[in-house]
Design a protein around this ligand. Structure first.
Ligand SMILES: Nc1nc2c(c(=O)[nH]1)N[C@H]1C(S)=C(S)[C@@H](COP(=O)(O)OP(=O)(O)OC[C@H]3O[C@@H](n4cnc5c(N)ncnc54)[C@H](O)[C@@H]3O)O[C@H]1N2
Ligand code: MOO
Length: 390
């Protein structure tokens, strides 16, 4: 068995960033910007009024000005404001030369084309040219959030270079499985964890395809693994252990799987397997639902993030305070299903009593995995520990 850290390093080495494609900005939400985006213009491209009011050259309370014109957003005014003159101006309009401040319309009285300043708010209410960004400014590669899209639009970039989404083939295996909604036999259960794995892959930015359930025969596994060979990443679930019907490793090896490792000192998830088969990275998740999903968080999501070009693919542990005493752990790093509670500074973390790797109902209540290092001793309430948000 190898350590979780060693396994993660080997999993992440299985792949590299996907090729770059160009997408319209409207389709770029959630995609990974592949290279720095450079602004094609300066924003604002002129000195811009931040308020509705009057642009003037200097003002103190009691001063009077003649209103000589008007500027609105998209309708500028050409000319120069001389002392004693004012331009009626609206938010977003270019501020003309000569003007040094915009007096709020609430702070003047107006009679005909004459205004008198009655109050002065702080600041000049003028946004300088390039206050937001200047031409050539860069947005660094990242996963594009809604606010990033607005910035790219303002930079006048209608198309964006992004990493192609990796296609992830998800294969559940086992004679005992039927799909939700189907009628299970007396010795069958419903395939469940494949839905979590597909969702995790999609949330990480991949395109996930759920393939038909592979039955526990070499021929069926061979057929379904063959269907998956055009994917960028193959994820199998189950059939990874030592039982007579755990055939995934054997069949994948017959198809050329070059194993990076098999078996990790972690709980749950010991029988994780990884390698490359005919050039395609393959992650063989254990079948127990919680094991598969924990391995999904720990290995699948970071692997997808590497494929999308994330330089810091995680997982990224956070810190919390133990809410209660915990017993020592065994010879595997234990990812205990746990819940966070508000704390005094750091959150409090409380592990569930029941930690069996088949319990989806417990996992559904969990929002964190409490990380207990391999061979960890007893821990006292109040100690600071690491966890992964899930
Ligand atoms: N003698 C040993 N037995 C087992 C060992 C071991 O070291 N020696 N390891 C145990 C551990 S730990 C795990 S985890 C499991 C993993 O085994 P497999 O990856 O071979 O998984 P299966 O045997 O196919 O299934 C285990 C369990 O999970 C259910 N399952 C499988 N796929 C799904 C699915 N898509 N949706 C819902 N449930 C699924 C399956 O019915 C079994 O109940 O092995 C231990 N055994
Ligand atoms: O390692 Mo298994 O994944 O404990 O249940």
């Amino acid at each position: 068995m190898i350590s979780v850290e060693e396994a993660l390093a080997r999993v992440l080495a299985l792949s590299k960033p996907m090729p770059v494609e160009t997408v319209p900005l409207q389709k770029a939400a959630g995609r990974w910007l592949a290279e720095p985006a450079r602004a094609r213009r300066t924003q604002p491209p002129f000195r811009s009024s931040a308020m509705d009011g009057y642009a003037v050259a200097g003002a103190t309370v009691g001063d009077g000005f003649d209103v000589i014109g008007e500027a609105a957003a998209g309708r500028g005014w050409t000319g120069h404001i001389a002392p004693g003159q004012a331009l009626r101006i609206f938010t977003g309009a270019p501020v003309p030369d000569g003007a040094t401040r915009v007096v709020l319309q609430e702070d003047v009285t107006r009679t005909g084309d004459r205004i008198t300043v009655t109050a002065l708010s702080e600041g000049d209410n003028i946004r300088p040219l390039g206050d937001d960004f200047i031409a050539g400014a860069e947005l660094s590669p990242r996963r594009l959030r809604p606010s990033d899209l607005a910035l790219l639009a303002a930079m006048n970039l209608p198309e964006i270079p992004v990493r192609r989404r990796p296609v992830v083939a998800v294969i559940a295996t086992g004679d005992e499985l039927v799909m939700p909604g189907e009628e299970p036999g007396p010795d069958q259960i419903i395939a469940s964890n494949s839905f979590a794995i597909k969702a995790l892959a999609e949330a990480a930015g991949a395109e996930a395809r759920m393939l038909p359930i592979a039955r526990d025969t070499e021929a069926d596994l061979f057929a379904i693994l063959t269907m998956a060979l055009d994917a960028d990443l193959i994820v199998t679930i189950g059939g990874a252990s030592v039982g007579d019907h755990d055939l995934v490793g054997r069949v994948a090896e017959s198809m050329g799987l070059d194993r990076a490792f098999y078996k990790i000192a972690m709980r749950p998830g010991k029988p994780l397997m990884a390698g490359r088969m005919q050039g395609v990275p393959l992650l063989g998740l254990p079948g127990n639902p919680v094991s598969a999903i924990v391995c999904g968080h720990l290995f699948l999501v970071p692997l997808i993030r590497v494929m999308l070009g994330d330089p810091s693919p995680g997982p990224h542990p956070a810190r919390a305070v133990l809410a209660r005493d915990e017993r020592p752990t065994g010879p595997r790093t234990h990812y205990m299903r746990a819940r966070l509670e508000p704390g005094d500074g750091l959150p409090l973390i409380r592990a569930f009593d029941r930690q069996d790797s088949a319990l989806l109902s417990v996992l559904a209540e969990a929002d964190a995995l409490l990380i207990r290092p391999l061979g960890d001793g007893p821990r006292r309430a109040g100690e600071i520990v690491d966890y992964l948000p899930i």
